[in-house]
Design a protein around this ligand. Sequence first.
Ligand code: IMP
Ligand code: MG
Length: 169
Amino acid sequence: MKVLISKSKISLRVKALAKQIRADYKGEVPVFIGILKGSFMFMSDLIRNYGLDCELDFMALASYGGSKRGSGIIRLIKDININIRKRHVLIVEDIIDTGTTSNYIREYLILRSPKSVEFVVLLDKADARKVDVDIKYIGFEIPNKYVVGYGLDCAEKYRNLPYICVYED
Ligand code: IMP
Ligand code: MG
C-alpha cells in the first residue's frame, strides 16, 4: 500500500492543530469528544499536544449496511457520559467523507445545550461531500480515495499503522 501521509507529517500537523486550539480556547476547559473507533489515535496525540486542562469522552456510531461508504442511516452505539451543558465541545473525527455522520453528531450534541460545538477532523475528503459540514480545524485535505491507518480501518484492519495509506487490495 502506498503511504499518503507519513508519520512525521501527521505529527507536525497534529502539533499545529493543538496549538491553534490552545490559542482559541484560552482560559476555557474544553470537552474533546472522540468518535470511535477511527479517532482514537488522533485523539490521543491531539490531547497530549494540547497539554492544558481539558476533559474527554467518546461516542460510537454505526451506519447500517457495514459497507465502506456510509449508507446514510446512523445508529448510536455508545453515548457520552460527561454533561456538556454550557461547555465548549470539540468533536474529534478521523475523516469526513459524505458528511452524514458529522451532521448527525452535531445535531445530537446540540440538544444538550453546549456553549459551542466545533469539529476537529484529521482528514477531509471534500470531493465526496453530500451534506455541508462546517469544520473549524482540518488536518489534511485528501483526494476521494479510501484510506487506512492511524485509526482508520478497512474491515477493522490497519488501524494500528502509524501513517496513512491509500488502500489497495
Ligand atoms: P461520512 O458519514 O460519509 O462522512 O463518513 C464518516 C465515516 O466513514 C468515517 O468516520 C469513517 O469511519 C468512514 N470512512 C469514510 N471514508 C473512509 C476512508 O477512506 N477510510 C476509512 N474509513 C472511512
Ligand atoms: Mg470506520
